[in-house]
Ligand binder design. Structure first.
Ligand code: 13P
Length: 315
């Protein structure tokens, strides 16, 4: 059942965070639904601009619609990840998405508000909700010094004004994470103090954490042992998710960790079976490993086990 993130956030606020997982293909879709239904967790499917153009935007919609039939117990939102204005309007008009993210965080404050406001008005007119971003996350290749990194964190003093003037329904905040597999060069960690300050000015308002893959060291070691080269990869400490949820984070974005599962499964499989050339046996291994990964992540987010109570709220 497709619901808006708004409904999911109302149920989760202050108690747990909902996993927002990026998908690109059939095998991820199957593993995602299986893992969430097995762990009884609501979830958010994230579709990026790149995922929409990987094959054709209609292909993912078709996969998700079919998965909704195959897994009738699933409760989830379908969300555009990091949209520009044009892609947001395309998703709003498609009638398929339940929420969009407009990412104008690279723009100056007022311009970010102006763009976000336009998308909010178009989305609300069609019953969709909007995530916006204030502050800026680092990228995979970025080597920012600590001072520069601090300059990009969300400024709690701006958060209330941004929310009120833009009309957004949830806010992605920059609190020290970054996208990709190489997040922290030293001992940097999540700035839960900044998160607490944001919650003080936006009590009860759903916050979002991007760049939240944990980059498990065991996964990295297995990839490297099977011919990969990911030395120095490092992610967010998953034991901080529940504290972040208490501080108002209702959605936690995970993409890289899923890619690591894909990489590990494929590297090990072909290392161990060099004469194999059938795509289905390995596809099956991946789907089951991906489902296991999702179920395990939901335990860490605290979202596992909440499906039945949520069904009563949205059903
Ligand atoms: P990771 O790269 O940490 O998985 O973050 C994904 C993300 O934030 C997508 O919006």
């Amino acid at each position: 059942m497709i619901v808006t993130t708004k409904k999911l956030f109302e149920a989760a606020y202050g108690k747990y965070a909902i996993g927002a997982y990026n998908i690109n293909n059939l095998e991820q879709t199957m593993g995602l639904f299986r893992g969430n239904v097995e762990s009884k967790a609501p979830f958010i499917i994230q579709i990026s601009k790149g995922a929409r153009s990987y094959t054709h935007k209609k292909m993912l919609e078709g996969l998700i619609t079919s998965a909704d039939v195959v897994f009738p117990d699933a409760i989830f939102a379908v969300h555009l990840d990091h949209g520009d204005e044009e892609t947001c309007y395309d998703c709003i008009d498609s009638g398929f998405y339940s929420s969009v993210m407009i990412d104008a965080s690279h723009e100056p404050f007022d311009k970010n508000i102006e763009i976000t406001r336009r998308v909010v008005e178009a989305a609300h007119a069609k019953g969709l909700v909007v995530e916006a971003e204030l502050g800026q996350l680092g990228g995979v290749e970025e080597h920012v010094s600590v001072d520069e990194a601090h300059a990009k964190l969300t400024d709690p003093r701006q958060a209330r004004e941004f929310m009120e003037r833009s009309g957004c329904d949830s806010l992605a905040v920059a609190i020290g994470t970054s996208h990709g597999a190489f997040k922290f060069s030293g001992d940097q960690a999540l700035r839960l103090d900044v998160l607490a300050d944001i919650q003080k000015v936006l009590p009860g308002f759903p916050l979002v954490m991007h760049g939240s893959s944990s980059v498990p060291q065991e996964e990295v070691a297995r990839i490297n042992a099977a011919g990969g080269d990911m030395k120095g990869a490092k992610g967010v400490d998953a034991s901080q998710f529940k504290r972040a949820a208490e501080l108002g984070v209702t959605k936690i974005n995970i993409d890289t960790d899923g890619r690591l599962v894909w990489t590990r499964v494929h590297r090990e499989y072909f290392r161990d079976k060099p004469s194999e050339f059938d795509l289905r046996p390995i596809g099956k291994v991946f789907m089951s490993e991906y489902a296991r990964f999702i179920a395990d992540k939901n335990q860490k987010l605290g979202s596992a086990g909440h499906l039945d109570e949520l069904r009563k709220l949205v059903g």
